[in-house]
Design a protein around this ligand. Structure first.
Ligand code: GDP
Ligand code: MG
Length: 440
């Protein structure tokens, strides 16, 4: 995936003191492949690489940054710009009601996101939205809108199988009468783009002149999402995109190309099935997600799967009481071993420098060494690592066949793990990570 490839490319750069033009080229090659693999369109990739290369090779490396950091900074900025730079707001009509027409292929998430978005507007902006059932082809569609509307306590307007244009017009009249300042039109979709559907949507557009036409696309379908966006934009001149199912395996390829290909911004993202799992789209956050946060997410997911729940609870209790000891540490290490590199894990947590743990991969040899060190401590020392002065460290190193630096490294890792465990257990993830994961 994109994330892994980019971090692999950057890991190589991380070791370098200076960046030659060849280094930039090599990094760009990896990034190019990664972007293509993530289903970013060829044209977009080509343009992107050209821009980044130009800036990277020409740029003076800032005092405070390493050359690798400088490249990451440039790539991050360019990715952000590619997705529109800043968040795009939902347009509100100067004369209510604001009419939001939701369009898209079948299964993209139109019905769900009518409710999600209306719910968000109600909660955050104090709006009084009305949902309108304009998808008349599947009987279940009306019922579905009613169900999600009910869950968020939103009124739903429907006229059964009547003509969608008439329904849309009647819904707006109804909204005016009942003081609804927003109307969300849930329209029909098809499995593929076809002219009959576009004609119907054009007719609704002409009849009600929506404030916003939002295209709902499924991030999981990658490049097809971009093709759909292009087709819908050509037919309807959309105002923005709701990118759904970003909680799945989607690697962000669609997010990267949509703005570049259509010129229309992603305004919201769906990050889960629950009706409050919708967020304003932030290009800068998406860029960091693509550049490395994705790693963090997968690591956290792995952590959640691998951690023994009961153990985690015990550990949390110990941490709370400040009784997390080196014995516990050793147990935790064995679990963390299954998650990959500790330095990767730590480097992704706010306030923790990855360089602190350079090379601290939890391979078997490492684990054996740690075991030896911990076993060379007295029980008192294991329970009270604070007492480990240089004399004690020397004795432990000798006893375990290691060096004092090894003992020191272990103690540093111990501290690091305390931080990590504090954040993992009890669902106490940092706020930005929880947001990304769609958790409260
Ligand atoms: P429509 O055919 O375009 O109206 O699509 P629906 O609103 O019926 O959604 C299709 C499926 O996608 C439903 O099962 C939704 O729960 C699901 N869905 C919609 N948005 C998201 C999302 O952001 N994340 C996840 N995981 N599922 C979503
Ligand atoms: Mg639907």
């Amino acid at each position: 995936g994109l994330t892994e490839k980019l971090s692999a490319a950057f890991k190589k750069l991380r070791g370098k003191g200076r960046l030659s033009e060849a280094d930039v080229k090599e990094a760009m090659r990896e990034i190019r492949l990664a972007l293509l693999e993530a289903d970013v369109s060829y044209k977009v990739v080509k343009q992107f690489i050209a821009q980044v290369t130009e800036k990277a090779v020409g740029a003076d490396v800032l005092e405070a940054l390493s050359p690798a950091q400088m490249i990451i900074k440039i790539v991050n900025q360019e990715l952000t710009d590619l997705m529109g730079g800043t968040s795009a707001k939902l347009e509100i009509a100067s004369k209510p009601p604001t009419i939001v027409m939701m369009v898209g292929l079948q299964g993209a998430g139109k019905t769900t996101n009518c409710a999600k978005l209306a719910g968000l507007m109600k909660k955050q902006n104090g709006k009084r939205p009305l949902l309108a059932a304009c998808d008349i082809y599947r009987p279940a569609a009306i019922k579905q809108l009613e169900v999600v509307g009910q869950q968020l306590d939103l009124p739903v307007f429907q006229m059964g199988q009547a003509n969608p244009v008439d329904i849309a017009k009647a819904a707006i009249a109804h909204a005016k009468e009942h003081g609804n300042d927003m109307v969300f039109l849930d329209t029909a979709g098809r499995l593929h783009v076809d002219e009959e559907l576009m004609d119907e949507l054009r007719a609704i557009k002409a009849a009600v002149e929506p404030t916003e036409i939002l295209l709902v696309v499924d991030a999981m379908i990658g490049q097809d999402a971009v093709n759909a966006a292009k087709a819908f934009d050509d037919a309807l001149d959309i105002d923005g995109v709701v990118l759904t199912k970003l909680d799945g395996d989607a690697r962000g390829g669609a997010a990267l190309s949509i703005k570049a290909v259509t010129g229309k911004p992603i305004k919201f993202v769906g990050v889960g099935e629950k009706l409050d799992q919708i967020e304003v789209f932030h290009p800068d956050r998406m860029a960091s997600r693509i550049l490395g946060m994705g790693d963090m997410l997968s690591l956290i997911e792995k952590a959640e799967q691998n951690f023994d729940r009961q153990k985690a609870l015990e550990m949390q209790e110990k941490l709370r009481k400040n009784k997390f000891t080196l014995t516990d540490f050793y147990e935790q290490m064995a679990q963390i071993k299954n998650m990959g590199s500790l330095s990767d894990l730590a480097g992704m947590l706010p306030g923790v420098k990855a360089s602190d743990l350079e090379g601290a991969n939890m391979d078997d040899g490492m684990l054996k060494q740690m075991e030896a060190i911990i076993l060379s401590m007295t029980p008192y020392e294991r329970e009270n690592p604070g007492c480990l002065n240089s004399n004690r460290k020397k004795r432990i190193a000798a006893g375990s066949g290691t060096q004092v630096v090894d003992v020191n490294r272990l103690l540093k890792q111990f501290e690091m793990l305390q931080t990590i465990t504090k954040q993992f257990s009890g669902g106490k993830l940092p706020r930005n990570m929880r947001k990304l994961m769609g958790k409260k």
